[in-house]
Design a protein. Structure first.
Length: 233
């Protein structure tokens, strides 16, 4: 069984978390590169990580995104004490902030399965199974990543978890952002994920009260371990 090191960074500046991801990602890629020069007996097994954290208010724009989907200017960002970064993941613009559970798996998919679509579906399934435990019926929206509620009803469709990943040499980074007890007003400053006319929601809004984020994290970890057939250490 694969082992995945679990790290909870708590409330962490976005750039610091990004730099930390990049460091771990580069180390895994470098290990894979070095292994090519070695015999099978000499090769070093690549590590895998699952990072959880929360960020202070920040907007991030993926490499396929449109900056016009940020609806406020630099002065307004400063007034709202929010950062903005253009980053190297897929997807468009999203918001991160306190009360949102952010997960960054850094996995060498050569140790699991080499299929990015399957990887994304597993991350979505992890969140769907977790929400089910709270009585929240969620699923997928055709042609769109992430986890949705009432996805088949254009008048009610709302996203509860955004996703955007990067992969190189089958090593992943970035990941998912599940809205637990997040201030949804901050989503009003963007066109979330570049998808107009679709709402964003959170667990506390759907349930009518705050959720225990530590408990949510434990459930996410449980389903992650089961889906990826790994042991979190």
């Amino acid at each position: 069984m694969q082992q995945v090191k679990f790290i909870d960074l708590g409330l962490t500046d976005y750039k610091q978390a990004w730099d930390y991801q990049e460091k771990l990602f580069d180390e895994v890629v470098q290990t894979k590169t070095n292994n090519r020069k070695l015999t099978p007996d000499e090769q070093i097994k690549t590590p895998s990580y699952l990072i959880f954290c929360e960020h202070p208010h920040v907007y991030t724009l993926g490499n396929s995104g449109d900056k016009k989907n940020l609806l406020i200017n630099e002065q307004q960002l400063t007034e709202k004490k929010a950062g903005f970064y253009e980053i190297n993941r897929g997807g468009d613009i999203t918001y991160h902030g306190p009360g949102q559970i952010v997960g960054y798996p850094i996995l060498d998919l050569d140790n699991f399965f080499t299929d990015i679509h399957k990887y994304l579906r597993y991350l979505e399934e992890m969140v769907i199974l977790t929400l089910t435990e709270y009585g929240i019926e969620a699923g997928r929206s055709k042609g769109e990543t992430g986890v949705w509620i009432d996805a088949d009803n254009p008048l009610k469709a709302r996203k509860i978890c955004a996703m955007g990943v990067r992969a190189s040499r089958w090593v992943t980074m970035h990941g998912f952002a599940l809205n637990a007890n997040v201030d949804l007003n901050y989503f009003g400053n963007i066109i979330p994920c570049g998808i107009a006319n679709k709402a964003v929601t959170s667990m506390d809004k759907e349930l009518g009260g705050k959720v225990d984020e530590k408990e949510v994290k434990q459930k996410l970890k449980k389903h992650f371990a089961a889906l990826f057939e790994c042991e979190l250490i």
